[in-house]
Design a binder for this molecule. Structure first.
Ligand SMILES: [Zn+2]
Length: 259
């Protein structure tokens, strides 16, 4: 086969070939989906947080491509920081901050070598915390921009979902999985995600913080009820997230950050 027209698939590095990638001399930005590997109640995949971040990232890249921007979605990182109690469950993979920072530094260096100076991390795991790493890199590499987004957290959930307590494998995450990958929401294994909180008031009010012992707060690893989830709710919420992140990426690639 000879040279092909520019491929619309060339924004997803998991499936893109070099033959497609090299047709674009410039990529304006990279998106890094970041998740975790851990039980999600009985019904969602261990890699849910990476899978959903990746699905959203690919839709964002496709949307901005229509506006002439080339954004590459990097392979998702399925390695997250885990709470005590989760870590005792089979195949729950805990990754230290030092490991995550080393991965991020190597990715930033690799992007710099190919002339990409902007990175959006789309994070799907509440236990991950990138702000300190991003501050360090902002000091070390002032010409490289890293923006982080917790996709599940910046649009008010109450406008889309019924459940108010919904931290992990509940109505929100299950609905979004039903939208993108319905075959991976194995509802026959789902239970109600009932969760307890701390006995100490100052921990409940967040006067002080410590990581929750997951085995003490949840019997099924879930925090939030997945039984009210639906693909329709997930589609509506994912649309709002993708629209907002597409605007953000477009602005980051085309506008000055400060007035
Ligand atoms: Zn999750």
């Amino acid at each position: 086969m000879g040279a092909q027209a520019k491929s619309p698939e060339a924004f997803d590095l998991t499936q893109a070939s070099w033959g497609e990638v090299r047709q674009h001399d410039l990529y304006h930005m990279a998106i890094l989906p970041w998740g975790a590997t851990e039980p999600h109640n009985g019904h969602l995949p261990y890699c849910t947080d990476m899978i959903l971040s990746r699905a959203i990232a690919c839709e964002v890249a496709a949307a901005v491509q229509k506006e002439g921007l080339h954004v590459m979605v990097l392979p998702g990182i399925p390695l997250g920081s885990q709470n005590p109690g989760q870590t005792s469950l089979p195949f729950c993979l805990h990754t230290s901050q030092a490991t995550q920072y080393a991965i991020l530094q190597d990715i930033v260096s690799s992007l710099e070598r190919c002339g990409v100076q902007r990175l959006l991390i789309i994070n799907g795991h509440g236990g991950n915390s990138f702000k300190g790493m991003i501050r360090d890199l902002a000091v070390q590499k002032p010409d490289f921009m890293i923006v982080e987004s917790d996709w599940y957290a910046f649009i008010p959930r109450k406008d889309y979902f019924e459940e108010q307590v919904d931290d992990h494998a509940g109505e929100q995450e299950t609905s979004v999985m039903m939208h993108y990958h319905p075959q991976w929401a194995k509802m026959e294994y789902a239970t109600d995600g009932a969760a307890r909180t701390f006995a100490i008031e100052g921990l409940r009010t967040k006067a002080g913080w410590l990581p929750r012992d997951w085995s003490r707060i949840s019997a099924d690893t879930g925090v939030g009820n997945p039984l009210k989830a639906s693909a329709e709710k997930g589609a509506r919420y994912a649309r709002a997230v993708v629209d907002a992140l597409s605007r953000l990426v477009t602005d980051l690639c085309t506008k000055n950050i400060y007035p």
